[in-house]
Design a protein around this ligand. Structure first.
Ligand code: ZN
Ligand code: FE
Length: 255
């Protein structure tokens, strides 16, 4: 039986995600921005929360953990990090660890840069990637704790996943990301197609997530920092991909 995924809004623009295993009735929340919408989604489905898979320590990803843990006594899985500020953790994970959610398997990928502790969770059988604040649709997270080469490396790890994997990211930032991407990658037909799709989805008040990783590889300029045409646009011909990525990120910060 295929896993079921539910997507909903938390806080202002965070995504809440539940992944449910019909075989065992295990259910994981990917991050816990706030308890309210997650409780509502669980009640709507009649699911019991068994696990919370945390991606990084930011408040908008862990704010609901304590309340959910108290109510469901669920297991809390979080990145291994000596300086971590995440509380209520039962299991610390590092790169290549595999976490079970019932009979579903989540592979841990360390994707630092946005924060040093950031991990992404890959459900290979379900062809599903939860990338939180590392990779957004047509964008990427701000680089707060790491540096540009570190973040670029993390994006390359995610780019190495197959094209038919679905991307579930941490925030609904797609429209703003598209607007910026068109300023630096205006001739990209895949980006133009995604722009039209995003305009339509937002007009219908629908989420822009999930997207396909193959489409992101073609349309997301932050995954294209090693494309000569992108470097040329930034007048950085021949520059290192991490430097081109850094320039893109700086421009987005100022946009
Ligand atoms: Zn964050
Ligand atoms: Fe966030």
């Amino acid at each position: 039986m295929a896993a079921e995924i539910r997507t909903f809004t938390c806080l202002n623009d965070n995504f809440g995600y539940l992944i449910h295993d019909p075989a065992t009735r295990a259910t994981a929340s990917i991050d816990a921005p706030e308890a309210g919408p997650i409780l509502k989604a669980l009640e709507r489905e009649g699911w019991q929360l068994t696990d919370i898979l945390i991606t990084h320590h930011h408040g908008d990803h862990v704010g609901g953990v304590a309340e959910l843990k108290q109510k469901y006594n669920c297991r809390v899985v979080a990145p291994h990090d000596k300086t971590t500020r995440i509380a209520n953790v039962d299991l610390r994970v590092a790169n290549a660890d595999v976490v079970k959610v019932g009979s579903l398997l989540a592979r841990v990928l360390e994707t630092p840069g946005h924060t040093l502790d950031h991990v992404s969770y890959v459900f290979d059988t379900e062809k599903t990637l939860f990338a939180a604040d590392t990779l957004f649709s047509i964008g990427c997270g701000r680089v707060f704790e790491g540096d540009y080469p570190m973040m670029w490396d993390s994006l390359l790890k995610l780019r190495a996943l197959p094209d038919d994997f679905k991307l579930y990211c941490g925030h609904e930032y797609t429209a703003s990301n598209v607007k910026f991407a068109l300023t630096v990658d205006p001739d990209n037909a895949a980006l133009q197609a995604r722009a039209a799709e995003v305009t339509r989805l937002r007009a219908e008040n629908k989420p822009t997530i999930p997207s396909l990783l193959g489409d992101e590889k073609r349309a997301n300029v932050f995954l294209r920092a090693d494309e000569p045409s992108v470097a040329a646009r930034l007048h950085m011909k021949g520059a290192d991909a991490a430097a081109v990525f850094g320039e893109l990120r700086e421009r987005k910060n100022k946009s």
